[in-house]
Design a protein around this ligand. Structure first.
Ligand SMILES: [Ca+2]
Length: 344
């Protein structure tokens, strides 16, 4: 009698053990697949003067909708620390991405801007994610602690990054820089007259420090980013979307335009175009370059804030022309609207 009972126990034990091995193997395989998927994403930090021109808000929304990019940290730049951090935090919260830490800009925390109304009642302490009071140190720690090279996307003047390079020069060996900076062969509005572009001119010494650091660099100057604007059907798809992030984007755009209570709004007429979306091109260049003509050029930042081609200057990848601007506009709309498209 004991023999069959024993062997029944043994069978049950063996079956249980096999099931455990199976479950363990499946979990390991799923874990490996997830790891491989996230490993393919490019880890990025966004350094932004969000709250001045509205294009940074568009750029952040685009970045959140690019599956190629893994956003690790967003830091406000060019002072007004609290105002910029509140805008970033509320936008991330709207997008359901409070897993992303927010960094406060280096320098003065006071001051506001044209999107102030959108964050008037927002308390930065209510952000469920992490807020780094020292945004510059957060950039350094994120880059130095990353097992793989970090991509630093800069879409504003760069006093944060000059400070970061001073505190820890080795960040330049562990990061590549992608920026919306300069005016190489064209100026604003496609003008043949080059300009001291705002992101450079606003803090020339900071830009000179960043443009001579030993990191790999890619930039979109006004030559390419200065002519991106969504109009007509393309703009309407964003404007009329019910996706909470895009609703927030358009709310910010309208506050920024200060036309919420204008006669046009009251009469029910909707705006038909975006402003120039300079910063969105830097987001694109962080993961692809096919739609632009890229040239390797030695670029020097002059004391006047001009970005000139100069023989001995640091060489960088420069998006000098569009190969297909319409395709970029389509990409911008498709990414923003995404699968949650609920346009009427
Ligand atoms: Ca900007």
């Amino acid at each position: 009698m004991t023999q069959p009972i024993l062997s029944a126990h043994l069978n049950r034990f063996l079956l249980g053990a096999m099931a455990l091995v199976f479950v363990f193997t499946v979990q390991v395989r799923i874990g490996a697949a997830e790891k491989a998927a996230s490993a393919r994403k490019i880890p990025v930090i966004l350094d932004t003067d969000i709250g001045d021109d509205i294009d940074d808000t568009w750029a952040l929304a685009l970045l959140l909708r690019c599956p190629e990019l893994d956003l690790k940290l967003v830091v406000g730049d060019k002072q007004k620390g609290t105002y910029r951090a509140k805008l970033i935090a509320r936008l991330l919260e709207t997008a359901g991405r409070t897993d992303i830490p927010v960094g406060v800009a280096f320098g003065d925390r006071d001051g506001g801007g044209r999107q102030q109304q959108w964050v008037e009642d927002y308390d930065l302490k209510s952000y469920p994610g992490v807020v780094h009071e020292d945004g510059v140190q957060a950039i350094i720690d994120m880059i130095m602690g990353s097992p793989e090279p970090m991509t630093l996307i800069a879409i504003g003047p760069v006093p944060n990054l000059r400070e970061a390079l001073q505190r820890e020069p080795r960040i330049a060996e562990k990061a590549r820089f992608v920026g919306m900076h300069g005016s190489v062969f064209k100026g604003y509005n496609n003008s043949p007259k080059v300009s001291a572009e705002y992101n450079v001119r606003a803090d020339v010494p900071a830009c000179q420090a960043v443009f001579t650091a030993p990191w790999e660099m890619t930039i979109t100057p006004l030559d390419t980013c200065g002519i991106v604007r969504l109009q007509g059907e393309k703009y309407a798809k964003i404007r009329d979307s019910k996706d909470p992030l895009l609703v927030a984007l358009i709310e910010n755009y309208r506050i920024w335009r200060n036309d919420r209570n204008s006669a046009r709004q009251q009469s029910g007429k909707k705006e038909k175009a975006s402003s120039v979306l300079f910063d969105t091109v830097a987001i694109y260049l962080a993961f692809a370059q096919d739609l632009c003509k890229m040239e390797t050029l030695p670029i020097r930042v002059t004391d006047e804030g001009m970005t000139v081609v100069a023989a001995k200057a640091k060489k960088m990848q420069v998006a000098t022309q569009w190969k297909d601007l319409a395709a970029f506009e389509d990409l911008l709309v498709e990414r923003l609207v995404g699968d949650a498209a609920d346009s009427p």
